[in-house]
Design a binder for this molecule. Structure first.
Ligand code: ZN
Length: 253
């Protein structure tokens, strides 16, 4: 289940310029230029400053969880069973279910009470932090949701039965959900990468490689896992900034 830090404000990356005793036409051109830079626009049709969309940046920690197919829900919880929505997530239409399962690793190590998130999907998938995977004895790769080909499997145990997954155990790669107005604000597009800096007392962290996942109805929300959230003490962060990632010069990607 995600948890969020409500104690910070989103910080814009717009360059602020001190304007004093200037011709109003020069002021206007400076403002237009700043808005163009902020929006990444070529700028023949700049909206007035008052109408600029200011996204509300939310950073959520996704604790370990599982997505299930309809078929696996019935195997684990009983014939005809459906997930019971218990708590809505920040993204509309998604929820934490009342149901939990036990995850069993290769040497019978187990994690009890792992929350199921809904709605159901076409493939079951287990999302763990690396610490969870180590405790289960599974070498889980960092993958984006849905990209599970060739990943390790595990056994799921529910009150009505067990399911053996042949693949689907991953460490979910950090990413940011964005709507069209958010991508316009930050000057990014679906598939781009962003960086998130988290300033915290004695444990500030700069996260890179956040994949932009744009969807028409998405709300702006960064998803990191519990290891990442704990590393930067997200709950007590002093300041957080999301920015477009500069291209890497190391030819590593
Ligand atoms: Zn997400």
């Amino acid at each position: 289940m995600p948890r969020r830090n409500p104690n910070y404000n989103q910080r814009k990356s717009i360059v602020t310029t001190t304007i004093q005793n200037l011709d109003p036409r020069i002021v206007e051109s400076l403002v237009r230029a700043a808005v163009e830079r902020a929006l990444g626009s070529s700028g023949t049709n700049i909206a007035p400053a008052a109408s600029i969309h200011k996204p509300n940046l939310v950073v959520s920690i996704s604790a370990r969880h599982i997505h299930l197919t309809d078929e696996h829900v019935e195997k684990l919880f009983g014939p005809g069973k459906k997930l019971t929505p218990e708590k809505g997530l920040y993204q509309d239409g998604f929820y934490a279910a009342a149901e939990t399962v036990m995850i069993v690793g290769p040497r019978r190590r187990m994690l009890p009470n792992v929350r199921v998130l809904g709605p159901t999907r076409k493939a079951s998938q287990v999302e763990l932090a690396y610490t969870d995977a180590i405790s289960l004895g599974i070498d889980a790769p960092v993958r984006h949701s849905g990209d599970i080909a060739g990943t390790p499997g595990c056994v799921l145990v529910g009150p009505a039965g067990a399911v053996e997954l042949t693949q689907g155990v991953i460490r979910a790669a950090r990413h940011v959900h964005m709507g069209p107005r958010d991508t316009a604000f930050y000057g990014v597009k679906n598939g781009d990468f962003m960086s998130l800096s988290v300033r915290s007392h004695q444990c500030s962290v700069l996260f890179e490689d956040l994949l932009v996942r744009e969807d028409t109805h998405a709300k702006l929300e960064v998803h990191i896992d519990t290891d990442e959230g704990n590393a930067c003490d997200l709950d007590r962060a002093l300041a957080i900034e999301l920015k477009k990632q500069q291209p890497c010069k190391c030819n590593d990607h």
